[in-house]
Design a protein around this ligand. Structure first.
Ligand code: URA
Length: 462
């Protein structure tokens, strides 16, 4: 078999056979196919898509490209092990909040997370903003950790779905990320190789997501649900909005601090405006995971339990157990507002410069373009321009205002934290056009503020 023929066939929009797909995935995984040929094939797929049978063959070949995790020997309270994955976004720190919460409620979680892709952030990078956190742990250690403390959050290693690991990094630098079939196969291959009984997917939609409109998000959701069905793994999808950055912080260490604030919040703070969008998404995803695990299918009860384990500190304790188990450094800090000493993760958060961005006019914030904010973060050094680039974990943005907030001219909308003036100049070109303020009626402003962030739920029991 020749790689040249496979590229030519896909370029001409002819269907690839299972043998051709298996050849490509297996030889590329073993470094026997150069990146330039793999890139050409990815671009042909980007333009022509995959047929249904090609998509299934592509996904299963990637799933089988290295070992699969066997979680069957684990003894945990939940009947089913549920995995979670997001198609990515800007400010998306949901995994870091949801996993300790559901683990505190008895759902066993063993999750592989990826690095930032394109303009979207990656949970693996956010975890590495903690001094010492080892994202790259062997599977046998991961399994022991899940058995001991009920939770593990690691990176994709060569041991699992290596084809996706390699293709994911290649796509990131060859403008082939935003392709529905490549996203579906990438996500489902590694989720299926991870061995969970059930999968919950967060498909994001909006400017800061790979799916720009609801129809495409639903199509991607259906495609992944179908792959799950053929593989015999129940798959459910929550579609969430990524039209503005999620939460109030964008940037690796800053997002980690927001996660910590969320998990340490009291009931009043959790229910406050500060967390309005993040709370909605976290509650839905966590409640769905608890339901799928077989622990409790009453979603309202699950949401009450989620708030309970946050307020009681159980979710935070689980989070700290996770950080410590994977080598993350913590220090004891006295928190005035909680009137006690607490273990806090030590983050790589050293920044030299702060710059406030002010409202140019009065009115309501009508939109904050999350893709521009994601691109601006890459300019600051908080994401990668090319494969393997180092990351500046400390840089990013703190938002004082969100979509639907009323502002007066001169109010601070966001603060930029950065370490390099040239990088800031580049980032500023994105930031200055990202925020749109208009003098709309109060009732329209309020409607924008109250717009739901959970847009649809598909799968399993439809
Ligand atoms: N997340 C993934 O794991 N893969 C993609 O291709 C996109 C988002």
């Amino acid at each position: 078999m020749r790689m040249y023929d496979i590229i030519e066939k896909k370029r001409d929009n002819r269907e690839l056979s299972k043998a051709e797909i298996d050849y490509f995935i297996s030889e590329y995984s073993k470094d026997n196919i150069p990146d330039y040929q793999a890139s050409a094939l990815l671009m042909a797929i980007y333009f022509n898509g995959l047929t249904e049978s090609e998509l299934l063959n592509f996904t299963f070949a990637m799933r089988d490209s290295s070992k699969k995790i066997d979680l069957s020997s684990l003894k945990i309270p939940g009947k089913y092990i549920v995995d979670k994955h997001s198609t990515g976004g800007v400010g998306d720190k949901v995994t870091l909040i949801v996993l300790p919460i559901v683990a505190a409620l008895g759902v066993g979680v063993c999750k592989m997370s990826g690095k930032g892709l394109g303009f979207t952030g990656g949970t693996a990078d956010k975890l590495e903003s903690i001094e010492g956190y080892r994202i790259d742990i062997p599977i046998k250690d991961a399994l022991k950790q899940v058995q001991d403390i009920g939770i593990c959050l690691m990176s994709q290693s060569d041991e699992i779905a290596i084809a996706d690991k390699k293709l994911y990094a290649l796509r990131d630098t060859t403008a082939t990320v935003e392709c529905m079939d490549l996203i579906a196969s990438s996500i489902m291959s590694k989720k299926l190789a991870s061995g969970a009984d059930k999968i919950l997917l967060d498909v994001t939609v909006g400017s800061g997501a790979f799916m720009k409109d609801l129809d495409s998000a639903r199509a991607l959701a259906q495609s992944m649900i179908k792959i799950g069905k053929v593989a015999g793994v129940e798959t459910k999808v929550v579609i969430t909005s990524m039209s503005e950055p999620l939460g109030r912080n964008v940037g690796n260490a800053l997002e980690m601090k927001e996660v910590i604030s969320f998990l340490l919040a009291d009931e009043e703070t959790i229910m406050s405006d500060e967390f309005r969008d993040l709370r909605e998404v976290v509650l839905e995803i966590a409640a769905q995971m608890i339901s799928m695990s077989g622990i409790c299918t009453d979603m309202e009860q699950n949401k009450k339990d989620i708030i309970r384990v946050i307020i009681s500190g159980e979710a935070y304790i689980k989070f700290i157990e996770l950080i410590k188990a994977q080598g993350g450094k913590t220090e004891k800090v006295y928190l005035d507002w909680l009137e006690k000493d607490l273990d806090l993760p030590v983050t790589k958060d050293k920044v030299t410069f702060l710059k406030e961005i002010h409202a140019q006019s009065s009115g309501y914030i009508v939109s904050i373009d999350s893709k521009s904010i994601g691109e601006a973060l890459v300019c600051l050094g908080g994401g990668r321009k090319k494969k393997g680039d180092p990351i500046d974990y400390a840089v990013g943005f703190e938002f004082n205002k969100k979509v639907g907030d009323k502002v007066e001219e001169g109010d601070v909308i966001l603060t930029v934290l950065y370490n390099d003036k040239q990088n800031f100049e580049e980032a500023f070109e994105y930031i200055e056009n990202a925020i749109y303020i208009d003098n709309i009626e109060d009732k329209l402003g309020n409607a924008l503020r109250l717009k739901p962030h959970v847009l649809d739920i598909l799968g399993a029991d439809e």
